[in-house]
Design a protein around this ligand. Sequence first.
Ligand code: ADP
Length: 503
Amino acid sequence: MARRSRQVARALDAMAMPLSARVATLAWNGYRHLELYFGVSGSGRVLHTINPRLHPDQIAWIANHADDQVLCFDLSFLPLVQAVHGKCQTIRHYVALCDRDALPQDSAIPGLISYEQWVQEQSDDYRWPQFDENAASSMCYTSGTTGHPKAVMYSHRSTLLHAYGAALPDSMAISARDVILPVVPMFHVNAWGIPYAAALTGAALVFPGPLLDGKSVYQLIEQERVTFAAGVPTVWQMLLDHVKGGGQQFSTLKRTVIGGSACPPAMIQAFREQYGVEVIHAWGMTETSPLGALCALKNKSLMQPEEEQIKLRCKQGRAMYGIDFKIVGDDAGELPWDGKTFGDLYVKGPWVVRDYFPGKDTAALVDGWFPTGDVATIDADGYLQITDRSKDVIKSGGEWISSIDIENIAMAHPAVQLAACIGVSHPKWDERPVIVVVLREQMTLAREELLQFYEGKIAKWQIPDDVIFVDAIPLGATGKMLKSKVRQMPEVAAYCAHGGSGS
Ligand code: ADP
């Protein structure tokens, strides 16, 4: 990897790429992508990983905004590159991440070269340049569910500090004894810093490429003797379904980090109780590199009964060293850490964004703190619990209802595959929760049965008013449920238009 990363650095020199030039990727998790991570950033250029699941127009917008000079892409994205290259005004070089022989002859992409030819023409003798640690090393755009995506730049300093933090025992506990499978994509927030933390500790990396279905991921874990894996809940659900269906077990997997959206308690329990795999729940965002909190239990919590431990494991965890949290109320006053009072979560730390590119000041901050847009509680031991994104909070009769709590309960029902809780306007209560549900294949569940399932689990007034069954829930480019799109689904829109449960 080191040798070929040096060849990448030389290949960029041969193209006369200046320092800080942006080199973009449209690629799955793979070894060539990893070589680019180090060859591009190590030689002083900026690695710009683009999320291929974004709309083509958004990809072109991002490439132009970032002033990308080179685009390296997996051949599976050739149709996408063919669709957008005419709109990408700044890209001067296109590199296909493939062998010489695999390069398509009639791609219509000007000057397309294969990665292997590009790097193999270069010697691997290269001296890494010295530069300011505050220089940019990589960049990532937020998913941009509303408006244009925003660009977050990471520096060498922030990336290294974040990698140290990620590898700590109470974070991902990464060491040279690990074989790591990052299922979380290298095209979104640097696969949660795993490529750097693995290099820093000497852990082995295993790459899934485009094969993210449960069966392929399971086979890879077993075949490569993976000890640690990381991914978002939606992907892990496919893995669990596969393993459960086949009555299989994991022979080497010990821990998994799950984050990006709330990990349902049922998933944490299934991994722990049926498969002996520890789930580390993690919270973060593009603007925080992304890790901010991970849920490793404190010694005193390990003495508590299993039910209490599970409650803690479902929280998003304690702030990593270097990250500070505060929660504030409507009057901007700081709220207590009592595990009950919730407010807007603000963070600060050396790997938290200060301004969006191309800005260079601290415009993204409020008095030095970054407003996350999440609503959370923090308990006396510092465990953070995200209750909602501020725009998804449901307000019923002046009281707040956590849509994540409502979703988690539904997801614990064996017939439920996926659940999204939305607030529907109500003449008396202002808003009431309604749960939109996708059932598992060949399963049936009546509305009343699911509503009864809530009884005793939350206060009566928090139980959703209704259930809307749908075939699928729209997911965004990073595998998260898109609540705004859920509201636009015909079944849901029709329900809301009829006054929902209040009519
Ligand atoms: P986007 O670009 O959509 O903002 P990010 O990948 O930056 O995407 O996502 C950050 C957001 O994801 C957080 O602000 C939070 O709302 C949500 N999130 C991340 N991890 C968790 C988690 N463990 N539990 C609940 N929500 C989470």
